[in-house]
Design a protein around this ligand. Structure first.
Ligand SMILES: Nc1ncnc2c1ncn2[C@@H]1O[C@H](COP(=O)(O)OP(=O)(O)OP(=O)(O)O)[C@@H](O)[C@H]1O
Ligand SMILES: C[C@@](O)(CCO)CC(=O)[O-]
Ligand SMILES: [Mg+2]
Length: 311
């Protein structure tokens, strides 16, 4: 049995959203794949992209603390939470193969994607398919347990797809007319550099910033304006403003700033996306200058994804 799950990009409001402020996020067509098959009385986890494997006895699952299992922590926590929720007595073992074309730890929700994929796979494997509301709730619980602090942004976007507005840890689909506007926008996602820190660490560092609420309120104003404009140039300027505010949270890097500057100059606007500390930049393309934009970006030794929104 195979489950394919998308990833996400945050257009506005990362970090602020952890504190109940607003964020806008969009599901995109980079995908993780979780394959599950029966395996006597063991649990075997294969992280194919990382070349790592783990074998556990089914009966030991209840006792383990996922946070002690390095890169296995998201899928182990997802397995535990789902089996607990579904009251599954672990009698039938399984092998789980995880692979993905989402750059890992780069701001595109790789953790949420494999988490949601694992939750769905477990439900299907034990013949107890879960509803989206249950999947999103379990996914959020996993991200919170592993990150310490988390919002529902990544797990909800990846579960419900489309474009979501998140506030106070609740989500709603974005207005239809605004979705139409966003569909007319072309975004590039640029993988700039490997992140040195995990989302969990970045979220904890932002928590220590004293004037963070002032910055979050400014970000909220930017989003308010972005949602009123149906103009790409204005929307791009809002992205640039959000990036300037993210810089005040100390989560940007010189290389990210350089790519954002290129995106602001040769696109309508740009910002880092996700937890920061490196990772990816999202650029709103100005089709008239797209060739020049790509030429400049290619000088920076970056990887460019032309992602499509997933519904
Ligand atoms: N393909 C994969 N195979 C195995 N583990 C993965 C895979 N993708 C993600 N992970 C797990 O998720 C972790 C990365 O999650 P993290 O939250 O730090 O980054 P992200 O989700 O990519 O970015 P962001 O949270 O900013 O959107 C990895 O260290 C690993 O534990
Ligand atoms: C940094 C953050 O806001 C987004 C990570 O993609 C964390 C979260 O919302 O859980
Ligand atoms: Mg993550």
């Amino acid at each position: 049995m195979i489950v394919k799950t998308p990833s996400k990009v945050i257009l506005f409001g990362e970090h602020a959203v952890v504190y109940g402020y607003r964020a806008i996020s969009m599901a995109i067509d980079l995908t993780s794949t979780v394959e599950i098959k029966e395996n006597s009385d063991k649990i075997i986890l294969n992280l194919n992209d990382l070349n790592k494997s783990l074998k556990l006895n089914l009966k030991d699952l209840k006792e383990i603390e996922p946070n002690n299992f390095g890169d296995f922590k998201y899928c182990l926590c997802a397995i535990k939470e789902t089996m607990d929720y579904l009251n599954i007595e672990p009698k039938k073992g399984f092998e789980l193969n995880i692979s993905s074309n989402i750059p890992i730890s780069c701001g595109l929700g790789s953790s949420a994607s494999i988490t949601i994929g694992t939750i769905k796979a477990i439900g299907k494997f034990y013949n107890k398919p879960l509803k989206d509301d249950e999947i999103a709730k379990l996914g959020f619980s996993v991200e919170k347990k592993i990150q310490g602090k988390a919002s529902v942004t990544d797990t909800s976007t990846i579960t419900y797809k489309g474009i979501l507005e998140i506030k106070n840890n609740k989500f709603r689909k974005i207005r239809e007319d605004f979705e139409e506007f966003l569909k007319s926008c072309k975004f590039l996602i640029v993988y700039v550099e490997k992140r040195k820190k995990k989302t969990a660490e970045l979220v904890n560092e932002v928590a220590k910033i004293e004037n963070k609420d002032e910055i979050f309120k400014e970000i909220d104003k930017v989003i308010e304006n972005a949602l009123k404009t149906y103009n790409k140039e204005e929307f791009g300027k809002c992205m640039a403003k959000n990036h300037d505010l993210l810089k005040k949270l100390n989560i940007s890097t010189p290389k990210i700033d350089k790519v954002v500057d290129i995106g602001n100059k040769l696109g309508f606007g740009a910002k880092l996306t996700g937890a920061g500390g490196g990772g990816c930049v999202i650029i709103l393309v100005n089709e008239e200058k797209e060739k020049e934009l790509l030429k400049e970006l290619n000088k920076e030794n970056v990887k460019i994804f032309e992602c499509k929104m997933v519904y």
